[in-house]
Each structure stands twice: as structure tokens, then as C-alpha cells.
Design a protein around this ligand. Structure first.
Ligand code: HEM
Length: 151
């Protein structure tokens, strides 16, 4: 149980913390300092490195989550906060695969053919979707942490 919880927390930190850094720190600085060709290529390469970590985090969150649920006596025995955590994680995972499967492919192709207008549009889509997932991730952490106190 404790190993599962530690791995669970590592995975949540990598995913949600990575989104926070990208959205709140890297995005404004790259926007201020870099011209579109460099900025859009930077984002393509940044996501290329970040996404495998997100995929590993998702696998780990579900594996360790269900492992802990089993240890706690099954879904019927766990509090409402665990059900909500699972639901939020499913929504976040769907949003992530929309980013990875649709918007990121569009960004990558547009950067390769140097169509900066389309690349900027796809990056805008990614920004909105990451913003949504960041908010959902922070709410999930709050729900996870507070759930036991709220009954
Ligand atoms: C983005 C997704 C997720 C985030 C950010 C997240 C976050 C957290 C956090 C911060 C805790 C520690 C709560 C505490 O001990 O006070 C936790 C515990 C837990 N999570 Fe998640 N989680 C996510 C996904 C999932 C999924 C998919 C499942 C189920 C398959 C799950 C099941 C659990 C369980 C069973 C616990 C232990 C709760 C307890 O011992 O009371 N989580 N999670």
C-alpha cells in the first residue's frame, strides 16, 4: 500500500507539475522572447520529451490506484473522493490523448512543412487543453487530499 501510494504521488507530481511548468512558466517566457519559427519548434520538441513521461504517469496512476483500491477492500468500500478521483483521471486521460493524437500531430506536421500559422493554431488548441487538464489535475489533488476529512 505505501509503495503504491508513493508511486501514485510521484506520477501525479510529474504529470500535474509538468503541466504547471509548461503553462505558467515556459509559455509566457517563450512568448516574450522567441519568434514563431523557433518558439513553435521549441514546443514541438518540448512535448516530444514530456509526453512519454505523461503516458508512463497515466499507466502508473491507474495501476497504483487500482492496487490501492484492492487493498482498501474494493470500489464498494472506498469513499466518494476515490470515485471522483477515478472519474477525473479518466477525463484527464481522454483530454491528454486528444492533445497527443490530434493537436500535437497537427503541430508537428505544420512545423515540419514550416506552416507557422497552422502550427500556432494547433499550439493554441494545446494551450487550452493543457489549461483544462491543469485545472482538473489541481482539483483532483485537492479532492484526493481533502476527501478523507470531508467524509
Ligand atoms: C490525475 C490523476 C490522479 C491524481 C492527481 C491523484 C492524486 C492522488 C493523491 C494526491 C492522493 C493522496 C491522497 C492522500 O493520501 O491524502 C491519491 C490517493 C489515492 N488515489 Fe489518486 N490520483 C489520480 C488518479 C487516480 C486513479 C486513476 C485512481 C484509481 C484507479 C486513484 C486512486 C487512489 C487511491 C485508492 C488513493 C488512496 C486514498 C487513501 O488511501 O485514502 N487515483 N491520489
Amino acid at each position: 500500500m505505501s509503495l503504491a501510494l508513493v508511486l501514485h504521488l510521484f506520477a501525479a507530481t510529474v504529470w500535474v507539475g509538468g503541466m504547471f511548468f509548461a503553462y505558467q512558466i515556459l509559455r509566457p517566457v517563450a512568448g516574450e522572447m522567441l519568434e514563431p519559427p523557433v518558439r513553435l519548434t521549441l514546443w514541438k520538441n518540448v512535448f516530444w520529451r514530456f509526453f512519454p513521461w505523461v503516458k508512463a504517469s497515466i499507466v502508473l496512476l491507474f495501476l497504483t490506484g487500482f492496487w490501492m483500491i484492492r487493498g482498501l477492500g474494493g470500489m464498494a468500500n472506498v469513499g466518494w473522493h476515490i470515485h471522483l478521483m477515478l472519474l477525473m483521471a479518466v477525463v484527464m486521460t481522454v483530454v491528454f490523448f486528444l492533445i497527443r493524437g490530434k493537436y500535437y500531430c497537427g503541430l508537428k506536421e505544420a512545423v515540419i512543412i514550416e506552416n507557422w500559422a497552422v502550427a500556432a493554431e494547433r499550439l493554441g488548441d494545446i494551450r487550452k487543453a493543457v489549461g483544462l487538464n491543469l485545472i482538473l489535475g489541481l482539483i483532483t489533488i485537492a479532492v484526493a487530499g481533502l476527501g478523507r476529512y470531508l467524509g
